[in-house]
Design a protein. Structure first.
Length: 468
């Protein structure tokens, strides 16, 4: 295969998944990566990126469908960006995720591993999310058959999710299976009200319109928090909308609105306003309660988060005498979950609002032997810090997808705590970091966890102990 453009390859057998969830096939020794296929499919593809040892391709035809395929349960599957793997049986999804962890740790990390524990699947494979955010848009994503009909225009108001890979069009969702009711009812009723009142839906290209987003959070405690995000201030209109939602859904315990005039959807630098209720929701993990505000980060699958933290606690094997450092602690959930078995918990997090939440959560759970500090861990963990808070016996690190910085890895090697537990949402960056840590640490346990059925995402918990 030369460098020439528009190369089409026919009758490739898709053989498996690579890290990141793309399918792969081989052709003349070259690895071809693609989306929208399943191992066992025989496909015709067009190359869109062509390198010496690998290529990226677009599937243009599937001539034989894999025996592994099943019928997706959602009619929006393949268009909406929410799920990627509904065409695979759940057991197969778990097997591929388990293999991705193994491949990442062995191929990227080149690590010596104990036997990887079997992946912990989610008991609920639908309606497992505690939070969803829907988008209102004046541009509806059109299906292929609709594109051919001149009577149908994309300039229609829609409420749902962004179409996969398309920033300015929204799939008008009928039923989303990712969250329990009343999630769909709330979205549909707000949309119905806005259409009846002829209120403008947001236009992402022109950056105008009243209806922008709605966030729905359902907690195991029974509490429901809804935050309606609006494009501009209009007091009479927003009051009418919020009163309507409160009247129709008396089960909502906290109702907020947020005015967002920015180009992006991030709420970090905005101020949600409480219309009704206490302004936050309480979620529970085992005996612990956590206060979650409209901007707080909390694991999105509550039941699996509980099991994930139980794995961390089991790997930690605390005796009650240890000082535990919880890095990237967020609102303090892991540290508080371990607090019954630790002498002291020290949580560190860059975002000051998250630290404020963590301190409140510690008080809420009567955890008086925890300290939560806002700052960059690589800058604040010096000798004076350890003098004040104690040196860590156990470090728990739960970084974002990019993994840990080189500076942090260097600091962990310098501090040399007896044990590290690394919780990762990206086994590829975890493998890179573990490889660097292997200078002083051995791996004693690896446990993959599936937090997000029907998606490409995978969490992995690894326990490390100091070599002596």
């Amino acid at each position: 295969m030369g460098k020439k453009k528009n190369i089409v390859l026919e009758n490739l057998l898709v053989t498996g998944y690579a890290a990141g969830g793309k399918c792969l096939a081989k052709h003349e020794g070259k690895v071809i990566f693609m989306e929208n296929a399943v191992p066992g499919d025989i496909v015709t593809v067009r190359l869109i990126k062509n390198k010496k040892d690998w290529a990226e391709a677009q599937v243009i035809r599937i001539s034989t469908y894999s025996d592994e395929r099943i019928t997706p349960f959602c009619k929006h599957f393949g268009i909406c960006g929410g799920c990627q793997w509904q065409m695979l049986p759940y057991e197969k999804q778990l097997a591929y995720k388990q293999d991705q962890v193994l491949q990442s740790l062995t191929r990227i990390g080149k690590l010596e591993l104990p036997e990887i524990l079997p992946i912990m699947g989610s008991e609920r494979t639908t309606r497992y999310r505690n939070k969803l955010e829907y988008t209102f848009s004046n541009r509806r994503y059109l299906l292929r058959e609709e594109l051919a009909d001149p009577q149908i225009s994309a300039l229609h108001n829609a409420a749902g999710f962004h179409a996969r890979g398309i920033f300015d069009k929204v799939v008008d969702v009928d039923v989303c299976h990712l969250q329990d009711e009343p999630t769909n009812e709330i979205r549909k009723e707000i949309k119905r009200w806005a259409l009846e009142k002829e209120v403008s839906f947001y236009d992402i290209q022109k950056h105008e319109g009243f209806m922008r987003n709605v966030q729905v959070r359902l907690c195991r405690s029974g509490e429901i928090m809804v935050n309606i995000v609006l494009g501009y201030e209009d007091e009479p209109l927003q009051k009418e909308l919020l009163t309507h939602v409160q009247h129709h859904f008396p089960q909502i315990t906290t109702l907020l609105y947020t005015i967002n005039r920015k180009w992006n959807d991030s709420l970090n630098d905005l101020n949600p306003v409480v219309f009704f209720g206490k302004g936050y929701a309480i979620e529970t993990l085992e005996r612990f309660s956590f206060k979650i505000g409209p901007k707080s980060f909390f694991q999105t699958n509550t039941a699996q988060a509980e099991r994930l933290y139980q794995i961390v606690r089991s790997f930690a094997d605390l005796k009650g005498t240890e000082t535990v450092y919880d890095l990237y602690c967020g609102t303090g959930s892991i540290g508080i979950f371990l607090s019954d078995h630790a002498k002291k918990v020290v949580g560190i997090e860059l975002i000051p609002e998250a630290i404020a939440d963590a301190k409140e959560n510690a008080l809420l759970n009567q955890v008086h032997h925890a300290a939560f500090i806002a700052g960059d861990v690589t800058e604040i963990c010096d000798d004076a810090f350890f003098e004040t808070h104690g040196r860590p016996d156990l470090i728990v690190s739960d970084p974002p997808r990019a993994g840990m910085s080189d500076k942090l890895v260097a600091m962990l090697l310098r501090v040399a705590a007896e044990k590290i537990i690394y919780v990762s949402c990206n086994p590829a960056t975890q493998a890179r970091d573990l490889s660097l840590l292997s200078e002083k640490y051995s791996i004693s346990a690896v446990q993959p966890v599936d937090m997000f059925p029907h998606t490409l995402h995978i969490e992995n918990v690894t326990a490390l102990f100091l070599k002596h």
